[in-house]
Design a protein around this ligand. Structure first.
Ligand code: SAM
Ligand code: SF4
Ligand code: SF4
Length: 343
């Protein structure tokens, strides 16, 4: 969508373009790097239903972001497919924002049955998280013993429904799944699906992140070159998060998300809306800006636009760049969890 003439620019000269909407803080997985079981156990209190934005509220806010130059909208979570009637939300967003690219990030567990209805509702693309093609490592990394064949079925259903090219996100954790990088790349080479290896990040305050568990992008690429030569591909647009590579024999593409070792804050065009309607301007933020309050107290669209634009105008987040410049870990207490605002 073209931004209105007064679309805001943040303090580091960045324009807004991408909105990630978390539609729930709940998830049916317990990936240790995101929602460790010890913290997100049976006694964990998720948001009550009335705290979560309704579909109508989400669509109204999305339309206001449209005025700010929204280009891509991604539904995420928690696990977005555990929210009932997700296709209805997609349909409502599509009707309101006909020209926007609408994508979904999912753990793939429910995609085999949902891919077709989501496509029919107007979804453009999916990104599926799958950390390994080794069944045992997958079960360990999803924390609930979920069989990885069901995720693979979901990926195929999404491709058959026309939701491709499918991106497959794999978080790489040293000593857990890094030995499987090459197998993973081989498995999907030539399928048209794009595997993207993600450097394990220090998001939130609960995953016990340590720098020595991160496998740097450079090392990931070196290992992949054992399979076949790789050539760098130019970014398709400003703000693209993955560094792209192409197999030199033409059998497809892979990506590496280098948030730890080669931060990309300078191009960051992303904002995140949590399930209870708080706006976060950085994945590593501690504080969100409440939009649900004014929305439910009757603010009109212009007031909501001014509030959102005002937050963007004073934005100066560049957490990953600051982390890269520091030798000590940055303080983590109070940081919002990734399951709260989505990846
Ligand atoms: N549940 C959905 C899923 O897993 O695809 C959507 C939400 S999840 C928070 C979004 C993405 O964040 C996933 O691809 C996940 O692998 C990634 N992620 C979660 N914790 C991470 C971490 N500590 N470091 C890097 N990526 C992480
Ligand atoms: Fe759930 Fe996704 Fe987090 Fe895994 S990464 S626990 S699937 S929200
Ligand atoms: Fe954007 Fe924050 Fe990530 Fe930097 S650290 S790229 S500002 S979300």
């Amino acid at each position: 969508m073209n931004p209105s003439a007064d679309a805001p620019v943040d303090r580091l000269g960045r324009r807004f373009a991408d909105l990630r909407i978390s539609v729930t803080d709940r998830c049916n997985f317990r990936c240790p790097y995101c929602m460790p079981r010890e913290i997100f156990g049976p006694g964990y209190e998720f948001l009550p239903r009335d705290a979560i934005l309704s579909f109508e509220e989400i669509v109204r806010l999305a339309a206001i972001f449209g005025r700010m130059g929204l280009r891509k909208l991604r539904l995420t979570g928690g696990e977005p497919t555990v929210r009932a009637e997700l296709s209805t939300l997609v349909r409502m967003l599509r009707e309101t924002l006909p020209e926007i690219d609408i994508a979904l990030t999912t753990n793939g567990s429910r995609l085999a049955s949902l891919a077709e209805p989501l496509k029919a509702a107007g979804l453009d693309r999916v990104t599926v998280s799958l950390d390994s093609i080794d069944p045992e490592i997958c079960r360990e990394m999803n924390g609930v013993d979920f069989p990885h064949e069901r995720v693979l079925e979901g990926i195929e259903a999404a491709a058959a429904a026309g939701l491709g090219p499918i991106k497959i996100n794999a978080v790489v954790k040293r000593g857990v799944n890094d030995e499987g990088i090459v197998d993973m790349a081989r498995h999907f080479r030539g399928t048209g699906h794009i595997v993207r290896f993600i450097e394990y990040m220090d998001v939130g305050a609960t995953n016990g992140w340590k720098l020595d568990e991160v496998v740097p992008a450079r090392e990931i690429i070196e290992r992949l070159e054992q399979v076949e030569g790789l050539e760098a591909v130019q970014a398709a647009y400003t703000g693209e998060v993955a560094r792209r590579w192409r197999w030199s024999d033409g059998s497809g593409e892979i990506g590496v998300i280098t948030s730890v070792t080669q931060p990309f804050c300078g191009d960051c065009t992303r904002a995140r809306l949590s399930a209870e309607g708080s706006l976060y301007t950085c994945l590593f933020a501690s504080v969100g800006h409440d939009l649900r309050g004014p929305l439910r107290e009757g603010a009109d669209d212009e007031e909501l636009y001014q509030r959102i634009a005002g937050v963007w105008t004073v934005r100066e987040d560049r957490y990953s760049e600051l982390r890269a410049a520091m030798t000590d870990d940055l303080p983590r207490l109070g940081r919002v969890e990734m399951s709260h605002i989505g990846g």
